[in-house]
Design a protein around this ligand. Sequence first.
Ligand code: ZN
Length: 146
Amino acid sequence: MYQDVILDHYKNPHGRGLRDGDAEVHHVNPTCGDEITLRVRLAGEKIEDVSYEGQGCSISQASASVLNELLVGKELAEAQRIQETFLELMQSKGRIEPDDAMEEVLEDAVAFAGVSKYPARVKCALLSWMAWKDATAKALSEGKTA
Ligand code: ZN
């Protein structure tokens, strides 16, 4: 079932394509060959858009789609909480079994729980999330949100 969620996001990615943004970053995962270019657009404390272009394995690309679906329209503080929860799950080495509370925060992102057992794939799943964090910090430091 979880596998289907990942595959579905891979085949029908949400919000793919580069649009206007306040900051852009390019991240690569050399161990797998995944790449992502990601832009964020902020309106004050709100995430107006996360747009991206990428290539690589289904996990890395599906993860970017899930990120777009989860974070666009959210306040930064909430998005940060989602990112931290996802990071915690992905670093759990398969020890965390997502409960209802976690599923409520992560929605489709809980589908990556099984991936956390495979250290090499964890980097694939986290690629776009690290890019988002980096791009957001860049956008904030450039003061484009004022
Ligand atoms: Zn990968």
